[in-house]
Write a protein that binds this ligand. Structure first.
Ligand SMILES: [Zn+2]
Length: 119
């Protein structure tokens, strides 16, 4: 399947959340480029990428990453199912708004992401 955002590359999990230009720009808009850049090319999968963030970064940073990944997932579903396109700016804005509302991260995307067991 071709990526619905850039319409040029084959869509896989890495491309959807990291490699696609829309995803890449979204990391920038939420101020997480410094989390993304050092890991590109050093991890072999999206799973390793996420677990490295959960293991190495603060709870706040890992929480913001989880919110961003969740918003990218929601935005991609909107393209595929509703033909509604979100820009990287709007994905970033929604992520920042959701992250700044003071909710605890218990049962948040971060909590679920970093506490998922691989069977
Ligand atoms: Zn793409």
């Amino acid at each position: 399947m071709i990526c619905p955002w850039c319409d040029t590359d084959v869509e896989d999990d890495w491309h959807a959340f990291v490699g696609c230009m829309v995803a890449h720009e979204s990391w920038y808009w939420v101020g997480l480029s410094t989390v993304l850049q050092p890991r590109v090319g050093t991890v072999s999968s999206l799973t390793d990428f996420v677990f490295d963030i959960c293991r190495s970064e603060s709870r706040d940073i890992a929480g913001r990453v989880a919110l961003l990944l969740w918003q990218m997932w929601v935005a991609r579903k909107d393209v595929i199912w509703n033909n509604v396109y979100h820009t990287s700016t709007s994905i970033g804005r929604i992520t920042l708004l959701y992250g700044s509302n003071g909710k605890k991260f218990i049962n948040s995307p971060h909590h679920r992401l970093c506490n998922t067991r691989i069977v």
